[in-house]
Design a protein around this ligand. Structure first.
Ligand code: SF4
Ligand code: SF4
Length: 345
């Protein structure tokens, strides 16, 4: 284990900036998100709890050009972007958001190889920062990890006051730290202090869900139209909960064309929108309750069936940022478990 004084973080980032595009939390755009470091500002250390826009945006961009096309003599010529493997270092990613990256890797890396995603993801270094001040909407401890979890990052920082303890988690993290100047060996006392900070953070996550109960009740609640209608009633289908969810990865593909020339883009999409499932002859999720059911079941039932992991990290964004205070933990707690007799599918 190593450590560094907080006042020296600037030196650490400056060294890493020579090799990577370093991303740090910023509110410059008016919304807290990871942005490329300007080489100066470290004031995020004073306000950062978590970003509003999750770091999935560093790998799956909210909008990106896939290729240009041009119509010549009746056929189309495609111009693919030059594949560039980007070296990004994301500094301060929270354990829940790092877990979310591991979760969406299962789609973009394992289920198929998405080169757009992988060109950014392959050489990325994740430098995690444990939470010392979780929100009351956080419930990560119910999902089998917690605010100090290091399993999904390369290096893990724990805030011990005037210093950060640095844990080398992966070989990539170890190699990076080995060539970084200005870090010191941590003492047993530093490690003990970091342990106390981690325990305290864990205790501060007081919102809980019961995964065992959910696994039992969700399949048998699936056909309970009455329940889903009730819990969907106040949702206004704005899509915020899905756009800002670190594990939601749905996208749409659109062509922007003018007289045969144009470009194909992909952009984040949301299962909260009625048009999301529009097909030429029908739309299976016109009613809002079906869309809300899909959002919950995809995370807690379908994703575990496919990848053996729940696609929710308990980051709490969907609770904090929903304009009508829709609360996924309340929905999961209120689930009756049995569909009333005669409920339509
Ligand atoms: S953020 Fe709230 S209102 Fe908007 S789609 Fe999600 S649950 Fe519905
Ligand atoms: S469903 Fe909500 S709590 Fe779970 S990962 Fe998505 S935004 Fe976070």
């Amino acid at each position: 284990m190593k450590k560094i004084a907080k006042k020296d973080i600037h030196k650490l980032l400056s060294q890493w900036q020579k090799e990577f595009t370093v991303f740090v939390p910023s509110r410059e755009t008016g919304v807290a998100e990871m942005v490329a470091w300007d080489g100066q500002d470290t004031t995020f250390l004073n306000w950062y709890r978590n970003t509003i826009i999750p770091p999935k945006a560093n790998f799956l961009q909210n909008i990106e050009k896939m290729f240009d096309f041009r119509k010549d003599d009746g056929s189309y010529n495609l111009e693919l972007p030059v594949a560039q493997e980007q070296k990004q270092l994301i500094f301060g990613i929270r354990p829940c958001d790092a877990r979310a990256i591991s979760i969406i890797d299962m789609v973009f890396k394992d289920a198929y190889e998405d080169t757009y995603y992988l060109n950014r993801r392959k050489n990325a270094v994740l430098v995690g920062m444990g939470c010392v001040n979780p929100y009351d909407s956080c419930f990560c401890t119910s999902l089998g990890f917690g605010p100090a979890e290091a399993a999904d990052v390369d290096l893990m920082l724990t805030d011990t006051g005037d210093e950060f303890l640095i844990e080398e988690v992966t070989d990539k993290g170890k190699e990076l730290l080995a060539k970084t100047e200005g870090v010191e060996e941590a003492t047993k006392g530093d490690e003990a202090r970091a342990g106390e900070v981690k325990d305290m953070a864990y205790q501060k996550v007081t919102r809980k869900i019961d995964i065992k109960e959910i696994e039992k009740k969700l399949p048998s609640s699936f056909d309970n139209e009455e329940f889903w209608k009730k819990i969907a009633a106040k949702c206004v289908s704005c899509g915020i909960c899905t756009f800002l969810c670190p594990t939601c990865y749905c996208f749409d593909i659109n062509d922007e064309a003018l007289k045969g020339d144009g470009a194909r883009y992909r952009n984040w999409d949301s299962c909260s929108f009625p048009l999301y499932t529009q097909m030429p002859m029908e739309n299976p999720r016109v009613e809002k309750w079906r869309r809300v059911r899909q959002k919950v079941c995809h995370k807690y039932m379908f994703y575990p069936m496919l990848f053996d992991i729940i696609a929710c990290t308990g980051c709490g964004r969907c609770i904090r940022l929903c304009p009508v205070n829709w609360d996924i933990t309340q929905t999961l707690a209120d689930m009756p478990g049995e569909a009333p007799v005669g409920t339509e599918k």
